[in-house]
Design a protein around this ligand. Structure first.
Ligand SMILES: Cc1cc2nc3c(=O)[nH]c(=O)nc-3n(C[C@H](O)[C@H](O)[C@H](O)COP(=O)(O)OP(=O)(O)OC[C@H]3O[C@@H](n4cnc5c(N)ncnc54)[C@H](O)[C@@H]3O)c2cc1C
Length: 445
């Protein structure tokens, strides 16, 4: 069995396949990130939540991951007109915490665990240029070739496996590009190696049409990401424009000693898009998993979490029908595709919530009411953010529950005489939690 890509999805999948008893070869276009700096000297982090944590517990690497994460208990909102940032906690329960983790350190842990199975061979600097289903071979950029019986496309949003499946007529895919882009910046540690802001929160500077966020790294620095209309990036072409932009929008950062304005010119600008792919497998010869099947915009902090949850779902189906891979892949795609669509839409919605909702009195009133209702009816209602981040209920269910809840809350705000408690108590009970959720609270939280 061959896996294309040793990112979070490919590395995790190789562990699951080894556990099923398969011998696996993983081809990764980049160098081994355990030995080479693949992030151009920058520390890039992301938010790890329940759907990613559960598979990490499942494959036995959670203790190593735990040692490198920083818990974030809520959003710390830096409003433009308020000098004091305000904390909006994510929830009341101990496990309702997200975790900042270095993307490459997490990936390294998964690569180590894959190799430790004794069944996984990872070949780095092996860029797949073409997948050929006529003779079941992959051709590499250097002209070499290798054969496969089944190939797993874990090669990200620009997947070559998917490209070949499209050519076979098994998959139909297009990317909806957003007219907003992003740029990663660093807020360095103090001279004594400390964080310049509270490390245990996800910082947001909401500015209506755009926003800056910051997640702490264990080394004392923060990875910040500016999300803005692409036209804003294009308009900031001179040093003077960039300085003026940061001074007027993020004056508190300059006070902290940030040189973000200088980094702005040096660091690349990335595009953001949603991949809509129909047809995730080609009989028993190929299947897509992770970003290659459902790349989404990053505003819910779920792309990698969803990728890892998809891997676990694929493993479950392969384990259920081990002698019929085509059936397993079809069942996986049937179960998971609607969830991929749901999280793609919720991630787009969450951009508006983060860049403007978090300082909008109407949004805040609804969020406060949702949390109060959750305290009164914990078996029947949970805010959408919490269902997405802190549960394993299918994304599609979280989306439909959230819209029903939003309607009840909007009606109650419009008509305070409404008996909202009866309406909430009549909602179907929340599904049982994954048994692994009980063990999920990382010790650092
Ligand atoms: C700005 C930003 C912030 C994000 N923040 C979060 C967050 O907070 N939380 C979260 O859960 N997700 C986040 N994400 C999303 C997350 O990064 C992705 O969803 C996740 O990396 C997907 O994992 P993957 O393994 O499917 O794909 P990838 O991470 O893209 O891995 C694919 C691998 O395949 C390799 N590869 C590609 N092409 C080839 C080829 N032709 N031959 C061989 N190898 C190949 C690549 O080198 C790579 O190693 C964010 C994304 C962005 C852009």
């Amino acid at each position: 069995m061959v896996i294309a890509g040793a990112g979070p999805a490919g590395a995790l999948l190789s562990i699951y396949l080894a556990r099923q008893g398969h011998d696996v070869t993983v081809y990764e276009s980049r160098q081994d990130l355990r030995r080479h700096d693949v992030d151009a000297g920058r520390s890039i982090n992301l938010a790890l939540a329940t759907r990613g944590i559960i598979p990490l517990i499942d494959v036995g690497v959670i203790d190593r991951v735990d040692a490198i994460t920083i818990p974030m208990r809520g959003r710390l909102v830096h409003a433009l007109d308020d000098p004091e940032p305000v904390l909006q906690p994510y929830g009341r329960q101990a496990h309702e915490v997200i975790h900042s983790v270095s993307r490459s350190d997490l990936n390294a842990i998964l690569l180590d665990a894959a190799v430790a199975t004794g069944r996984v061979t990872i070949e780095f600097s092996r860029e797949i240029e073409r997948v050929n289903f006529d003779d079941s071979t992959v051709r590499f950029a250097n002209g070499d070739a290798a054969s496969f019986s089944t190939i797993f496309g874990a090669d990200g949003a620009g997947s070559k496996v998917r490209e070949a499946m499209v050519a076979e007529g098994a998959c139909d895919a297009h990317t909806e590009w957003l007219d907003h882009s992003y740029k990663e910046l660093t807020l360095s540690a103090t001279e004594t190696g400390d964080h310049r802001l509270d490390p245990n929160a996800l910082h947001i500077w909401p500015r209506g049409e755009f926003m800056l966020i910051a997640l702490a790294n264990p080394e004392g620095d923060f990875t910040m990401t500016l999300f803005a209309p692409t036209t804003t990036f294009e308009s900031l072409s001179s040093e003077g424009d960039i300085d003026a932009f940061f001074e007027s929008e993020f004056a508190d950062l300059a006070k902290l000693g940030s040189d973000a304005a200088q980094q702005f010119s040096d660091n690349p600008t990335g595009r953001l898009g949603t991949l809509r792919a129909e047809g995730w497998h080609l009989d028993d010869r190929a299947v897509l998993v992770g970003d290659s099947a459902h790349a989404i915009v990053p505003f819910h902090g779920q792309g990698m979490n969803a990728a890892m949850e998809s891997v676990r779902c694929l493993d479950r189906h392969m384990t259920q029908t081990p002698s019929d891979l085509a059936e397993a892949f079809a069942n996986y795609a049937e179960e998971r595709k609607p969830d991929g669509d749901a999280i793609a839409d919720m991630a787009l919605d969450n951009y508006i919530e983060m860049r403007s909702g978090v300082v909008d009195p109407d949004y805040l009133a609804k969020r406060t009411l949702a949390l109060e209702l959750e305290a009164r009816h914990p078996a029947h209602i949970s805010p959408r953010y919490n269902m997405v981040m802190f549960s394993t209920m299918p994304y599609g269910e979280a989306q439909s529950r959230a819209s029903e809840q939003a309607e009840i809350i909007a009606r109650s705000i419009a008509d305070p005489a409404l008996d909202i408690d009866s309406l909430v108590a009549a909602l179907p009970p929340l599904p049982p939690v994954d048994p692994l959720t009980d063990r999920q609270a990382l010790s650092s939280s």
